[in-house]
Design a protein around this ligand. Structure first.
Ligand code: 6GU
Length: 227
């Protein structure tokens, strides 16, 4: 999978080189490139934003600069992901869907967002005929300073589903069974007693059917408690 991320703070995306993602890139399973939006500015101040038409607070990122940046990186069949708190709420199903793609292009907005004509332009048939899809995605009901951290959340959720990226593929199989409603059972490891707290006895029984039943019930109780 090839991933491009465009941001005015490319240093913010440095953690993408670390850990699992760094290893996946070393293994050739993944190629992540971060691009500085400001290279597409032409004025002395390298400004990327301007005041909103219709008035109001904040600044809007300019369509022309984003268009130049995206034209350089967009490919046939790629998925363009615009990060915005107004987008569709990201979930595990979307992560699974995106993990099957060959090229993801992330546009990280700052300020009050990107001029909407950028979304409109890349959503036209000229692009959909080339297999290019545009998604506006949010990672939750709160407002971040920009799309950078949101793009890292999505990249981490998506890339760990790519075969070979994760050490133990069984944990993914187990997760996808749970991915509706998202429930996870509580886990324990040695020692069996810690600060007077015991591991549930059933987990020491070796009775796999009983353990599976206990885990399912514990997971559902936890999901219920989180509502
Ligand atoms: Cl994708 N961007 C921003 N700025 N805030 C968010 C978000 C995205 N998702 C949740 N909050």
């Amino acid at each position: 999978m090839k991933i491009d991320v465009i941001s005015i703070f490319p240093e913010y995306l440095a953690p993408l080189e670390l850990s699992l993602l760094g290893k996946a890139q070393d293994k050739g399973l993944l190629e992540i490139n971060v691009h500085d939006l400001r290279v597409h500015t032409s004025d002395n101040h390298h400004s990327v934003d301007d005041t909103p038409y219709g008035g109001g607070a904040g600044m809007v990122m300019k369509a022309q600069i984003w268009g130049d940046a995206l034209d350089d990186l967009i490919t046939d069949g790629c998925d363009l992901i615009i990060l915005t708190p107004g987008g569709r709420r990201f979930n595990q199903r979307m992560a699974e869907e995106l993990s099957t793609k060959s090229h993801l292009l992330f546009a990280c907005g700052r300020y009050e967002g990107i001029d909407d004509r950028v979304r409109q332009h890349y959503s036209t048939t000229a692009y959909s005929d080339r297999g290019i899809r545009v998604h506006e995605i949010s990672i939750g009901d709160y407002v971040l300073g920009g799309g950078e951290v949101a793009s890292m959340v999505i990249i981490e959720a998506v890339t760990r589903l790519i075969p070979g990226v994760l050490g133990n593929p069984e944990s993914i199989v187990e997760e996808s069974h749970m991915s509706e409603g998202f429930v996870e059972y509580p886990s324990f490891t040695k020692p069996a007693t810690w600060r007077d707290l015991e591991v549930p006895e059933i987990l020491l029984s070796g009775n796999h059917a009983a353990i599976a039943k206990w885990r399912s019930e514990a997971a559902h109780k936890r999901a219920q408690d989180n509502l």
